[in-house]
Write a protein that binds this ligand. Structure first.
Ligand SMILES: NC(=O)c1ccc[n+]([C@@H]2O[C@H](COP(=O)([O-])OP(=O)(O)OC[C@H]3O[C@@H](n4cnc5c(N)ncnc54)[C@H](OP(=O)(O)O)[C@@H]3O)[C@@H](O)[C@H]2O)c1
Length: 305
């Protein structure tokens, strides 16, 4: 991966002329006015991609921050996710439209840039119903692109039987570090989901996505700061005079993933985007790669392939 990375970088989405900003801003557990302030600070810092979800309860706040920022709608990439099917195609579609309306503040012709299925855990019928609702949003111009989250290879291949839009343009997974022993074993439901960071690299899933040009979004890219004491990470961070969080964001970018660091702390929002003045060498990337612990490395979920 080229070292010449910039905050303004975009990645092409498959089968589309659209591009996705390669650094995103996560807002899970960011609520009400704090969410507005954090999103606004992120946009002023230069982030142009925000990741919300129905489950997070902050789609309205994400849209509100975008409008307060003074940026044009077309300059910002706003993403959300549907958590569960509604029980019928129409009910599921309505759930999606409600999200679009929340993000758009009820404005006519509002849209989201990316709509994801949050999790495959509802089963095959729910996955199909949600995907078909998302395809309808694309037809109607209410979603510019659609994708999945926490999907393993089997889930993505299953979609081929009935999807009009395939492959999904994005798979958002955890690509991060291992659980400390006291958190083991993982709840079974978590094991059905993917994650992405040095301790949990989801190599089968990422290889499949890469070979199909599916954009890989890395959620929990900072491992929620749980690995700040890791000796390998610390040594890389000291070598560059950068924080462990900055090394982790940079690691994801150099892997070709789209990291979604979250923070409600203004200085950290800035720090996590200040990752373009240094480069991790091949040996450092290899050392971080060797931290992979497979499923055991997930703090949220590892995908099932
Ligand atoms: N699709 C899914 O199932 C799924 C699952 C999990 C996450 N996600 C997405 O991915 C985003 C990021 O994941 P995440 O929120 O789980 O975790 P994360 O981004 O890995 O870590 C966020 C935590 O790290 C802290 N932090 C942020 N910057 C820091 C820094 N520079 N130094 C030290 N600590 C720092 C934050 O605290 P403060 O806020 O107090 O600064 C917060 O507690 C989410 O917000 C969400 O958008 C998706």
């Amino acid at each position: 991966m080229s070292a010449k990375l910039a905050l303004t970088d975009l990645l092409p989405l498959p089968n589309s002329s659209l591009k996705i900003p390669r650094l995103g801003f996560g807002i899970y557990q960011s609520h009400s006015q704090t969410a507005v302030k954090s999103c606004l600070h992120a946009l002023r810092t230069g982030y142009r991609h925000i990741d919300s979800a129905q489950f997070y309860g902050n789609e309205v706040e994400m849209g509100e921050a975008m409008r307060q920022s003074g940026l044009k709608r077309s300059e910002v990439f706003l993403a959300t996710k549907i958590l569960s099917a509604g029980g019928s195609p129409e009910a599921t579609y309505k759930k999606c439209i409600e999200s679009v309306d929340k993000v758009a503040g009820g404005r006519e012709g509002g849209y989201v840039d990316l709509f994801l299925i949050h999790t495959p855990s509802g089963g095959p019928a729910a996955r199909k119903e949600m995907w078909q609702a998302l395809e309808r949003l694309v037809d109607e111009g209410r979603a510019k692109s659609i994708g999945v989250s926490n999907f393993g290879v089997g889930h993505i291949q299953e979609m081929k039987q009935w999807a009009k839009i395939w492959p999904p343009q994005v798979n958002q997974i955890e690509v991060y570090f291992p659980l400390p022993p006291f958190q083991s074993p993982l709840p079974h439901a978590w094991l059905t989901h993917p994650q992405l960071h040095p301790w949990c690299q989801q190599r089968t899933t990422t290889a499949f996505c890469t070979s199909h040009n599916i954009i890989i979004e890395a959620y929990s890219p900072l491992v929620r700061n749980q690995k700040a004491h890791d000796q390998t990470l610390l040594s890389v961070s000291k070598a560059h005079g950068k924080s462990t969080a900055q090394v982790l964001v940079r690691y994801c970018l150099q892997k070709g993933w789209v990291p979604l660091p979250k923070s409600d702390t203004p200085s950290r929002i800035e720090e996590n985007a200040d990752v373009y003045g240094f480069e991790l060498g091949k040996e450092e990337m290899d050392r971080l790669d060797r931290l992979d612990e497979g499923e055991a490395g997930a703090i949220v979920q590892a995908v099932k392939n």
